[in-house]
Write a protein that binds this ligand. Structure first.
Ligand code: CAP
Ligand code: MG
Length: 436
């Protein structure tokens, strides 16, 4: 005899499973990897995920009206552990990223019915996509204001990552700009410490940036990290504008989606580009059996409207497969994403491209394979690969810019006969090895 708890009076999760269902035109579709807990079938686990992320809870409800029934999410496509769930678009508030993620990436990760749950991808419907701002400048806008038509842009973050005074930081910036790099970048954990005040750093860096522009005849800019409490970030963004800056950098995972949406509005008013650093992402993106993929993070960033986003290197110091990094590139660049296996197609309905940033353990010996893999519509960021150069940062910058120019002209980097002493010294120190 079935107990009450196993009978229809309580158990209703399978109402959220319908293998004949198909998404409506404006539905949001989420692709999950679901690893059921002991004693649960994939359908029972998927029903719980669809229920908890839409209208349901653990028991049947006397309050479930026919109108609400129509809003139930449905797990409809099953391929092993990969399950697609379709959600009526009315479940989601327009232009509210926290609410979307509180639904499809909220309680579900903690359900006992799953041993592992990973939100792999989302297919965003036009009514939701159209209400987010998207990038203000995007790849073409950045190339236009930086006056760099085809080659990769270059950036460097002074190292050691913390501890430099604002004068040392600005001086390093001047060395990097003078050596040929385009962008100075703050590290993700440099904000406004006693040893390096945000305001003093900003004032001196933009002054030296102007000097480097005059001396080199090239556009130079600064990815200054405004990460802080939201109102303080708005204050810092206004100071950047007043000092003639073009960008702000925001650690989008530690500041959060609501803060990023607020600063996207502020940056629209100020005409500032957003460089998105993703520190903290690996806490939830790295485990292949649990969490939320970097793909979904990249989509949220493009929808909210960052202009540049770190996507990884494959061959550097931080973990990321080639398939993941290429998927990230293809998701943030282009009008439509047709899809690799286990991802969903996406039409961006006119949202601008995001400029991908490749960074983390890079040095000139890795540049050619990096550009062959990712193409040249990227920013190449090197910290240690510049400030670890045996002849100093300016030499490191010169070596990187020379290697970029060599790649763009089709020369062979191994033919160092024509290479400068700075490039030779970098290749001698690091070779073509990945340093983890
Ligand atoms: C790189 C970096 C970046 C990482 C972030 C660092 O320094 O400044 O924050 O690239 O990772 O602190 O490690 P190096 P990702 O060039 O010296 O490695 O780009 O994957 O988000
Ligand atoms: Mg860093």
């Amino acid at each position: 005899m079935k107990t009450k708890t196993e009978s229809k009076e309580v158990e209703w999760y399978l109402d959220f499973v319908d293998k004949k269902a198909r998404p409506e035109k404006d539905d949001l579709v989420a692709l999950f990897r679901i690893i059921p807990a002991e004693g649960f079938t994939i359908e029972e686990a998927a029903g719980r995920v669809a229920s908890e992320s839409s209208v349901g809870t653990w028991t049947t409800l006397t309050t479930l009206t026919p109108r609400v029934r129509k809003l139930m999410a449905k797990a409809y496509q099953f391929s092993g552990e990969f399950v697609s769930i379709t959600y009526p678009q009315e479940l989601f508030e327009e232009a509210n990223m926290p609410q979307v993620l509180s639904s499809v990436a909220g309680n579900v990760f903690g359900m006992k019915a799953v041993r592992g749950l990973r939100l792999i991808d989302i297919s965003w419907p036009e009514p939701l996509v159209s209400k987010f701002r998207g990038p203000q400048f995007g790849m073409q806008g950045i190339r236009s204001f930086m006056k760099i038509r085809k080659r990769p842009l270059t950036a460097s973050v002074p190292k050691p990552k913390l501890g430099l005074t604002y004068e040392e930081h600005a001086k390093h910036g001047y060395e990097a700009w003078s050596g040929g790099l385009d962008l100075l970048k703050d590290d993700e954990n440099l904000t406004n410490q006693d040893f390096n005040s945000f305001e003093k750093r900003a004032r001196l860096c933009y002054r030296l940036r102007d000097k480097a522009e005059r001396e080199t005849g090239e556009r130079k800019s600064y990815l200054i990290n405004i990460t802080a409490e939201t109102k303080e970030m708005e204050r810092r963004a206004r100071l950047v504008k007043e000092l003639g800056g073009e960008y702000v950098m925001i650690d989008i995972c530690t500041t959060g989606w609501a803060a990023l949406q607020t600063l996207r509005e502020t940056c629209q008013d100020l005409g500032l580009a957003i460089h998105a650093h993703r520190a903290f992402h690996a806490a939830f993106t790295r485990n292949p059996e649990h969490g939320m993929s970097m793909t979904v993070l990249a989509e949220t960033a493009r929808l909210i409207g960052v202009d540049q986003l770190h996507i990884g290197t494959v061959i550097g110091k931080l973990e990321a497969s080639e398939e993941e990094v290429l998927t990230l590139r293809d998701k943030v660049v282009g009008k439509k994403y047709e899809g690799r296996r286990n991802t969903l197609p996406q039409n961006w309905f006119g949202k601008k491209d995001v400029l991908p940033v490749s960074s983390g353990g890079l040095h000139v010996g890795l540049l050619y394979p990096l550009l062959k893999m990712l193409g040249t519509d990227i920013i190449v960021q090197m910290g240690g690969g510049i400030w670890g150069h045996p002849m100093g940062g300016r030499a490191g910058a010169k070596a990187l810019r020379e290697a970029i120019d060599a790649y763009m002209s089709g020369s062979d980097l191994n033919d160092t006969t024509k290479a400068s002493k700075e490039l030779k010294a970098a290749l001698e120190k690091w070779g073509t090895k990945t340093y983890e």
